[in-house]
Design a protein around this ligand. Structure first.
Ligand code: 3H9
Length: 695
């Protein structure tokens, strides 16, 4: 046996238990231990059945992702699963926790499956740009309906034990006990019943027709635009329905290897680890989070109501303050309606909903209700005077030790903190709209913010199932500073000759969830306009300022909410608008610019070069701790394609020298906007990449 596995045999039952914390990933040691265990049990005439189970919080949660990209070491997971399936003695997988990826494939190789009641099952390889490569695409559709296998494998969706049992994925749900005891009891019952080995590979897939696969392919093309893995998963599953196991496994192996070598796999695995790395910030080592159970929110607009909903859904009590009673009522009704939607979708039980309405959510116009709140989040109007006034009032009413947070998206958190006598308790918690859906939370650390307050921000994000990224104070922090910057580059592309619609199309084709002009229309053009007006006195005279967005605002074309912005929104349709093109043409003419053709490729190059150049400055200034913090911010808050890993990973993939060459090329037309970042130049000169700074 290996350090990660234990073997013992008693009363005719051999038990292979795995212990490889934290998630029992199928590393080399686990694979070897499993292979040895099966061999041992096969050779022992006293053994009638074999149980595979795990210690700790979960059954095997997948292959060891850290081994990917390194030379493979035998035994491979497919060969271990094949050995399990080939055992002449019945093999029972006794499951608990999250049985994922290679873990589920081990269970599929076993002959019988028993699970504790709260076990979850899934094949999430697609989320890492892969397909299940240890027989999952061949064995799952032999046990469950082909449509269900397609759904699970192409989405990575997890299912619960009862659904798994109904579908035929597992045989029984254990009533109680440990996975080991449940497995042994089931094994004994099977032996007593005379049950033998029952290889999944001997089964045939339930019949399915070509249309099933055609429909699946077109659905995936729409839903997972740009991604290679989901379509490849379907190819592999289709092979399972047409070929004997051995041949199907060969097809699966070839497809798996192809994906393994692809950029999308590398990008998605980068995103996976980056999302875990972001939580590793220096303050967490220095301070422990403060206890919190109740949240106070100031402002019941879209942001405040969204934050309230998110907090309530994660089990926190909420008090919300508004300036007038009708506004407080509107907030109450917005939150209640959203929560009713959660009840309908089965995300919240009716009794939990009633508890929220009766007891856990209170609105008022009186700051006094904030006196007992553990964390206060201000989500009021974006004006420094308003914020300073609010924080001075908070100082007066909040209990000692309360965390005082602002949800500002641009303003200086140091100045806000100085409006109180307790700047160490003040922090920025920048949520994204809609706050109950968006995963990102920027935790903005001001000069005097104490380490415990930073740790509390991260703990709050975890409680609310959000991904927190640490950001320093500057105008717009990480995300909005980049957004303002790449918008200037994009506006520059429009002034040169691209239309806003060309830009949106090019960037959506690149993989962005939405084009930047569609995003502006959705957010409301007045939002960006207000920021530009605030910053106008500080604008550098060298900045080539495109005015067309301001002109739209002046015409009260504020985006979706007024039915017109860059696009026209009419009868459920989104239409391009020739008037917008005329307006832009007039601005070009007034500035003596002759429109040129700007290709989709050049639009992407401008967008990415501007973003990466400014992000390099953000890292250099310490606003983001590492390049990976920028990646996580853009992927989770700004619709950047996850399968490109984030802007910094993308820059590494295309080469920093290429990005720098683009910056220099564009700087010939505007050397103010396109001044190369020092860090980018240093990295290129030293032959380094952003990933070297992540280490
Ligand atoms: C696969 O199986 C391919 C096969 O089909 C074919 C092979 C031939 N490997 O998320 P957490 C680490 S592909 C290595 O914070 P949670 C993670 O980085 C795999 N490490 O905990 C973190 O480390 P650290 C298919 C892993 O309780 C720590 O464990 N499987 C792996 O919130 C705790 O993780 C998947 O894609 C791994 N596979 O969630 C499952 N998984 O503490 C991926 C985790 O140093 N994993 N780590 O930062 C998950 O979805 C979640 O981690 C899980 C636990 C739900 C298991």
């Amino acid at each position: 046996m290996t350090q990660a596995t234990r073997y013992d045999a008693r009363d005719g039952i051999a038990i292979i238990s795995i212990s490889n914390p934290p998630v029992n990933a199928a590393s080399f040691a686990v694979r070897s231990g499993l292979a040895d265990g099966i061999q041992h049990a096969e050779a022992d005439p006293a053994v009638a059945a074999i149980v595979i189970c795990c210690d700790g919080r979960t059954f095997i949660a997948g292959a060891d992702i850290k081994e990917f990209g390194k030379p493979p070491v035998s035994p491979s997971l497919p060969s271990v699963v094949a050995a399990i399936e080939a055992s002449t003695k019945p093999v029972i997988a006794s499951l608990h926790g999250t049985v994922l990826g290679g873990g589920l494939e081990v269970a599929l190789g076993a002959h019988y499956r028993i699970a504790l009641p709260d076990t979850r099952f899934g094949l999430p390889e697609v989320k890492l740009g892969l397909l299940p490569g240890a027989g999952g695409t061949q064995r799952l559709p032999r046990l469950v309906p082909v449509e269900m296998a397609i759904d699970m494998i192409t989405t990575g969706r997890q299912i619960k034990a009862d659904e798994a049992q109904r579908a035929g994925l597992i045989d029984i749900i254990a009533k109680d006990g440990t996975p080991r005891d449940a497995g042994i009891a089931y094994a004994k019952a099977l032996v007593a019943d005379g049950q033998g080995a029952r290889p999944t590979g001997d089964l045939l897939c339930q019949s399915s027709v070509g249309e099933t696969f055609d429909a699946a392919r077109s659905a995936v093309k729409k839903k997972m635009r740009g991604q290679v893995a989901p379509l490849t998963c379907i190819d592999a599953i289709e092979a399972a329905t047409k070929l004997p196991l051995k041949e199907g496994l060969r097809v699966e192996r070839d497809l798996f290897q192809k994906l393994m070598q692809g950029d999308q796999r590398a990008a998605l695995i980068h995103a996976f680890f980056a999302e875990r790395q972001v939580a590793k910030v220096p303050e967490i080592k220095e301070g422990s989070p403060r206890e919190f159970a109740s949240i106070g929110i100031i402002g019941g607009g879209t942001m405040g109501a969204g934050i309230a909903t998110s907090a309530l859904l994660s089990g926190l009590d909420v008090v919300l303050v508004e300036t007038a009673s009708d506004a407080a009522e509107r907030a109450l009704s917005t939150v209640t309606k959203t929560l009713q939607g959660s009840v309908k979708r089965g995300k919240l039980s009716q009794s939990a909903f009633e508890d929220i309405v009766e007891r856990r959510f209170v609105t008022s116009t009186d700051y006094a209700i904030l006196a007992e709140a553990d964390i206060i989040i201000e989500a009021a109007f974006e004006s420094m005077d308003v914020k300073k006034d609010i924080f001075a009032q908070l100082d007066a009413v909040c209990k000692p030790g309360a965390v005082l947070a602002t949800n500002t998206s641009y303003l200086d958190v140091n100045t806000i903190a100085d409006a109180t006598d307790r700047p160490g308790d003040v922090i920025g918690l920048h949520f994204f709209s809609p706050a109950h859906m968006m995963k990102l939370l920027e935790v903005v650390v001001a000069e005097k913010t104490s380490p415990e307050v930073v740790a509390t921000g991260f703990a709050l994000a975890k409680k609310m199932q959000k991904i927190a990224v640490r950001a320093g104070v500057c105008d717009g922090f990480i995300g909005n500073r980049l957004l303002s910057f790449y918008r200037r580059a994009i506006d520059g592309a429009v002034m040169r000759g691209a239309s806003p619609y060309d830009v949106d199309r090019a960037l959506v084709d690149f993989g962005m969830a939405m084009g930047p002009f569609s995003v502006s229309d959705l957010a409301g053009l007045d939002i960006g306009y207000a920021t530009r007006k605030r910053l106008a006195p500080f604008r550098d005279p060298r900045e080539a300022y495109a005015e067309f967005s301001d002109r739209l605002c002046e015409k009260k074309r504020l985006g979706r909410k007024t039915g017109r912005g860059f696009y026209i929104y009419e009868n459920g349709q989104t239409l391009e608008d020739p008037d917008v093109l005329d307006m832009i043409a007039q601005e070009r003419a007034a500035k003596g610019i002759i429109a040129e053709q700007v290709t989709a490729q050049e639009i992407v190059e401008r967008f990415m070069a501007a973003m990466v150049n400014e992000a390099a400055r953000i890292v250099d200034e310490g606003i983001a701790l590492r390049p990976l913090d920028v990646d996580v911010t853009l992927v989770n808050g700004y619709g950047f394609p996850r399968w490109r890993g984030g802007p910094m990973h993308y820059a590494d993939t295309v080469g920093l020298d290429k990005i720098l060459a683009d910056v220099r090329r564009f700087s010939k037309e505007d050397d103010y906007l396109w001044e190369p970042a020092q860090l980018l130049e240093t990295l290129v000169a030293g032959g380094q990449s952003f990933s070297d700074l992540n280490a």
